[in-house]
Design a binder for this molecule. Structure first.
Ligand code: BTN
Length: 328
């Protein structure tokens, strides 16, 4: 489709103008077809600047999120190569499970401008307004033992951190299991869900859902979320465009996921531990049997959190939640 090709060419040459003739030559289409594609992209809401004789370019303020735009920036082999961007869905995790998991290959990615029923861990809601965040889920088919499934979640947290480090120059940390924080504020949540084959006990598929807050309208948030939520815009003027962040995230996730699938859990654990928040700090453990105070003692080789109780006993947490003063 000429429209997608024009968008991809403009996305790749961001910052530089391309004339209609140049675009037509590069894409092997007529100038009239280029002009028609530009008008159609504008009608879709994309901000495309043009000057007489100077050519076209995507405006700096353009934060459009389209499959063609993200694809133009992708550096992956598999993740995101089959990509759908929806204006709205209930939850990208639920939508993959419901509509795509049976037919799509590993790497299929679903992004939504907005989620009407975004889901977080432990049955929580993930607020997903339009234009304020990136809401993305990836379908994976990891050939790893079931007991290593939690490593996929750790991999996603590391990938998110690396993306934010590279694009924003911030140094976020990870609150076990998989909240990405900066200065105690939650920038990103990750929800990994899996389907297990009943007979073999093998992983059929996993869905890694990632929600990153780019800008937040705090007044729209409920009180309990408002006190912990943060957004990239709170900490940097370099808030990436959503398409750039999506492409980077998929690239980082593919790299860390591939090494995990190749058996390199040590590299993943090292990257995870170096970003772990609250090491040797007091925390509150929210366990099914009740909450208790403890000190965070790090993550073991299985990815479980080690916490020390007041009487010196060491607990190994496989799941659950920890909190500090700010976070719940
Ligand atoms: C959490 O904070 O507990 C996890 C939040 C995960 C949110 C992401 S947004 C994309 C994907 N779709 C969902 O419904 N949830 C995840």
């Amino acid at each position: 489709m000429v429209k997608d090709q024009v968008l991809q060419a403009l996305e790749r040459s961001r910052g530089a103008r391309m004339s209609g003739a140049q675009l037509a030559r590069e894409l092997g289409v007529s100038r009239a077809a280029v002009w028609k594609a530009i008008e159609s992209l504008r009608a879709d809401g994309l901000h495309i600047d043009s000057t007489q004789g100077g050519g076209y370019c995507l405006a700096a303020a353009d934060d459009s999120l389209t499959a063609a735009g993200v694809s133009a920036l992708l550096r992956t082999d598999r993740l995101g190569r089959d990509l759908v961007v929806l204006p709205e869905t209930d939850s990208t995790n639920s939508a993959i499970k419901r509509d795509y998991a049976a037919t799509r290959h590993e790497g299929f990615t679903l992004i939504a401008e907005r989620q009407t029923a975004g889901r977080g861990r432990l049955g929580r809601t993930f607020h997903s307004d339009s234009g304020t965040g990136l809401y993305l889920s990836v379908l994976l088919r990891p050939k790893i033992p079931l007991e290593q499934l939690n490593f996929v979640t750790l991999a996603a947290a590391v990938a998110v951190c690396r993306s934010i480090e590279a694009l924003c120059g911030l140094a976020p940390g990870i609150k076990w299991v998989n909240d990405v924080l900066h200065e105690g504020r939650k920038l990103c949540g990750i929800l990994t869900e899996a389907s297990i084959e009943g007979e073999t006990g093998c992983i059929d598929y996993a869905i890694v859902g990632i929600g990153v807050n780019l800008r937040l309208d705090r007044s729209a948030l409920p009180e309990d979320v408002r006190i912990i939520a943060g957004a990239l815009a709170d900490f940097t003027a370099d808030v990436p465009r959503r398409a750039v962040l999506a492409a980077r995230l998929l690239g980082e996730l593919e790299a860390v996921y591939d090494s995990l699938c190749a058996g390199d859990t040590a590299g993943l654990l090292q990257a995870y531990r170096s970003r772990l928040c609250y090491l040797d700090k007091p925390i509150r453990v929210l366990a099914p049997g009740g909450a208790y105070e403890a000190v965070c003692r790090g993550v073991n080789d299985a990815g479980n959190l080690l916490v020390e109780r007041a009487d010196g006993t060491l607990d190994t947490l496989q799941s659950g939640e920890i909190s500090t003063r700010l976070s719940v």
